[in-house]
Design a protein around this ligand. Structure first.
Ligand code: SAH
Length: 448
């Protein structure tokens, strides 16, 4: 077997990135855009030591789970990569991914419940982060896989429909006002990204222009036109990111027109959301996730709850009316400011929010003698910090509810926590349909 060979095989499984796996004489080859059980012909385009990469040439026997991707950019865009699978097959793939990881990494027999799917798995994203480039005209869209080359896009089927319309009008306004566009290679020019963020239950949208310099010519005029044409746009902001970096947002931002934040409702709670604060992108699935987390927490009104990695306080505030007291910690100061206002606006006075690293603040709380009965954690993809987990084991709450956007780090952290905790159950939640990302919530109880 060598590079550029044309080979035939059956897809036996998927990788975490959603690529199909074909084995030839025991050597695994990963191939995008194929479906399990399909018989395919492909070209071996890369031959690494432990695995190869293939490119699909033709499908000899097609799976019944294959569908025609509805998005016209599907072949080029790196945004969602499993649109060629019908939704049930996507859900099965993700559920199996969690089950396999549990087996492989924890060696425990943890029940994995059926994944919670969406009724209409499209148009769910309330946030669009659009890079802007100049290529014979101003283009916005998404990057091609493993590149910073934009696929110009006018319609994205996983973002809110209103965002399609908004991004197309914004692009026209950028042309009209001849806005300077950032060139990543030269680190010159100004406008880098456009971020659109909308409430789902509250019809408010924020538009953020991310620029290299403090000044963006005509930004006020653009904001005026946008707010006139789109009454839902209640906030236009500018974020300044002068650095040579892949990180989208800079540290400084200001309001150009309208409010500093937008609102949304989760259940009957109202939330204020700032531009740099984290907020879950899929409203319907977030409510399901939080309800599952609340159920796992088994609150009776008498427990102290820690909400670690709390963002704008959403999970903690969801729990506050069922708890004695809620303590939230989050690293982004603005998110904590949002969390405090959110507690106030929802009359949840039994809450306390603090800015800092969860691994530091939990130690501080331990020293102050705070004894949590339930600890909620919802860390970023890299999972919890080791110091955090050690302190958690010392604090020994009755229950830990772990919300994870990366099952691999969840399993890694379970390995540490399983000494003292019985890993009761995991429920995967499909927060990001059409993509391979999996969210999961896990219930752990202190061993007797
Ligand atoms: N629970 C929230 C936020 C989850 S996202 C929600 O459901 O909306 C994870 C959050 O962890 C982000 O807000 C991020 O800013 C924060 N974070 C990242 N590293 C952290 C750390 N070391 N300590 C505390 N918070 C951190």
């Amino acid at each position: 077997m060598k590079k550029n060979d044309i080979l035939t095989g059956t897809v036996i499984d998927y990788t975490h990135e959603g690529n199909g796996v074909v084995k030839i004489d025991g050597y695994p080859i990963f191939i995008p855009h194929v479906v399990k059980d399909e018989q395919i012909t492909f070209k071996l385009i890369k031959q690494n030591k432990g695995f190869g990469i293939g490119k699909l040439i033709s499908i000899e026997e097609e799976s019944q789970d294959r569908v025609t991707p509805p998005c016209i950019y599907y072949q080029q865009c790196g945004g969602c990569n499993i649109q060629h699978l019908n939704y049930d097959a996507q859900l099965t793939m993700k559920e199996n991914q969690v089950k396999n990881l549990v087996q492989k990494m924890t060696k425990l027999d943890v029940p994995v419940k059926s994944i919670m799917g969406m009724e209409h798995p499209w148009r769910y994203r309330n946030k669009s982060q659009l890079p802007v480039q100049y290529k014979d005209g101003i283009v916005t869209g998404f990057y091609k896989p493993r590149s910073h080359d934009i696929v110009p896009i006018e319609e994205c089927l996983i973002q809110k429909e209103s965002h399609d319309h908004l991004m197309n009008v914004i692009r026209q306004l950028l042309e009209k006002y001849q806005v300077s566009i950032y060139d990543e290679r030269k680190h010159k020019g100004n406008l880098r990204h456009i971020i659109l963020r909308s409430g789902t239950k509250v019809n408010e949208t924020m538009v953020v222009f991310v620029t290299k310099s403090h000044k963006m010519m005509n930004i006020e005029a653009i904001a005026d036109e946008l707010m006139t044409q789109f009454p839902a746009v209640t906030s236009v902001r500018q974020n300044i990111n002068p650095d040579k970096t892949n990180v989208i947002l800079g540290h400084q931002s200001k309001t150009i027109k309208g409010n500093d934040h937008i609102h949304d409702r989760l259940d009957d709670l109202l939330f204020e959301i700032s531009d740099t604060s984290f907020y879950q992108v899929n409203h319907a699935q977030t409510e399901k996730l939080y309800h599952q987390a609340l159920q796992y927490a088994e609150l009776t009104g008498r427990q102290n709850v820690i909400d670690a990695y709390c963002g704008i306080g959403t999970i903690g505030l969801f729990m506050a009316s069922h708890a004695e007291r809620v303590y939230g910690v989050e690293i982004v100061e603005k998110a904590i400011m949002d969390a405090k206002r959110n507690a106030e606006n929802n009359n949840l006075a039994n809450t306390h929010f603090e800015t800092g690293r969860a691994e530091d603040i939990i130690v501080k709380w331990q020293q102050e003698g705070i004894k949590p009965h339930v600890v909620m954690v919802d860390p970023p993809r890299k999972g919890c910090d080791a110091v955090f987990l050690e302190t958690l084991l010392e604090l020994a709450p009755e229950r830990i509810v772990y919300v994870s956007c990366n099952p691999s780090t969840l399993m890694r952290d379970i390995q540490l926590l399983k000494e003292k905790y019985h890993i009761e159950e995991i429920t995967p939640v499909d927060m990001f349909p059409q993509t391979t990302h999996v969210e999961a919530v896990c219930k752990m109880t202190l061993k007797g």
